[in-house]
Design a protein around this ligand. Sequence first.
Ligand code: SIN
Ligand code: FE2
Length: 207
Amino acid sequence: MTRLAVAPGVFHWPGYLSPEAQAALLAELREVARQAPFFSPRMPKTGKPFSVRMTNCGSLGWVSDLAGYRYQPQHPETGAPWPPMPAVLQDAWRALAGYPHPPEACLVNFYEASAKMGLHQDRDELEFDAPVLSLSLGDTAVFRIGSTERGGKTHSLKLASGDALLFGGEARLAYHGIDRILAGSSALLPQGGRINLTLRRVTKPRG
Ligand code: SIN
Ligand code: FE2
């Protein structure tokens, strides 16, 4: 398995998941979405919906609405607990994260062809010693990651179906986002689009 060093603390494994593993994970995510339907998060303050739709699995899920960004144990619309994290995701974390405690949250983002995500930091977690691990499925995305300062130098890379990307250590609070989706670049999702999974440790482990 090739691991590319993108920048200090940022690593990329192209094709980490085989085509078979991608199809199996997609089937598990369909079950996640049946139990925890995709919702449209809204920006705090303005209430403007994101162009990306989201759901979660794991003991905690990331949500955003007029009350702010946060992690919570229930789906914001159904009130039900999030479904469990598929074992393949826990395995990927064990293999790649270099962090001894399990992830608690897996945010599932769905991008249609026109969706984007502006540069932001992942900083709603309490534990910054754990990295963020991302897995991509479906159409390729143009991903941008910079420094921990807004306006710093950025690297752009393509994340294709099956790719894993990790940012941790000095890059844990790096600004990152999705510039665009390359429609038609993958046949995994029959209707097209992209799914990105981000696995995170949210709480500080005890003791
Ligand atoms: C995110 O930063 O939440 C998602 C990144 C991605 O879609 O690759
Ligand atoms: Fe993020």
